[in-house]
Design a binder for this molecule. Sequence first.
Ligand SMILES: Cc1cc2nc3c(=O)[nH]c(=O)nc-3n(C[C@H](O)[C@H](O)[C@H](O)COP(=O)(O)OP(=O)(O)OC[C@H]3O[C@@H](n4cnc5c(N)ncnc54)[C@H](O)[C@@H]3O)c2cc1C
Length: 288
Amino acid sequence: MYPAKFDYHRPSSVQEAVSLLQANPDAKVLAGGHSLLPAMKLRLAQPAALVDIGRIPGLSGVSLADGRLRIGPLTTHAELASSELVRQHCPLLAEAAGVIGDRQVRHRGTIGGNLVHADPASDLPAVVVALDGVLHLTGPGGERQVSAADFFVDLLTTDIQPGELLTAIEVSTLGAGSGSCYLKFEHPASGYAVCGAAAIVQLDGSGRCSGARLALNGVSVKPVDAGAVTGALVGQALDDATIDQAVDAHLSIQDPMGDIYASEEYRQALARSYAKQALKLARDRARG
Ligand SMILES: Cc1cc2nc3c(=O)[nH]c(=O)nc-3n(C[C@H](O)[C@H](O)[C@H](O)COP(=O)(O)OP(=O)(O)OC[C@H]3O[C@@H](n4cnc5c(N)ncnc54)[C@H](O)[C@@H]3O)c2cc1C
């Protein structure tokens, strides 16, 4: 399995990468290569050129500013899973990154590639939606920001425009009284999510829910933002029955996916079960 012929460029700045993408409309950005290269070898993708962003300074690493984490797109899953900053301020992201694929995938795959590829079975899209993520894009027209909720458009399709580069991802941090959980039912061969649930629960001083987020991977063509479920939890004392009832009454999945491994009905049943379990674990962690 050899890819079709392509040109190779290795820019040293974001501006140079954007110029190369503008000059080569059939070019693709190369990050960790763990989705793009298999697709090229199978001839599912035949870019005329690759723009390898791996040596551009400043596109990797995590920093904390104004209560938000800012993450470079080239940060690998292994770096996210082991980062003290991420583990302390955004344990949901560290937990999800730590269950991606296997050790090799986690050391090559990047958060930027994972989000732009937008595989419905990937782990990070729903996590970034639950964390009210904002994606920073730089293109020929300058810089713009898109919320994670608007970034994922369809199967393997995002809002990224021709010539644009994802240059940073910003996510919320979790404060005192909050707990989070990422739980997935993984495909036994690949480790990809057949269903993944990302949950955040915030409790007030009396133990009632003062805020919650829930998003799901794997069950639809793009992440499912289950705002109706979490809306029903706010103000409630979160016993198991309340969580079960909120999920049963309010979790609705538009265009559920089905395939030879897991039917639409099975995925919907998984979604209900994993949503409940993830919310309960997030609640338990918020209680400390
Ligand atoms: C065997 C195997 C198992 C895996 N298991 C899992 C799993 O369990 N869960 C999971 O979530 N993922 C899994 N993955 C995917 C992996 O986690 C990678 O995140 C994913 O392949 C893409 O990241 P990458 O850095 O390799 O991107 P690449 O393959 O280099 O790029 C992917 C796409 O994103 C574009 N792109 C990349 N970076 C940018 C950028 N900064 N700006 C604009 N466009 C960009 C590329 O042009 C390309 O279209 C698995 C992969 C393999 C091979």
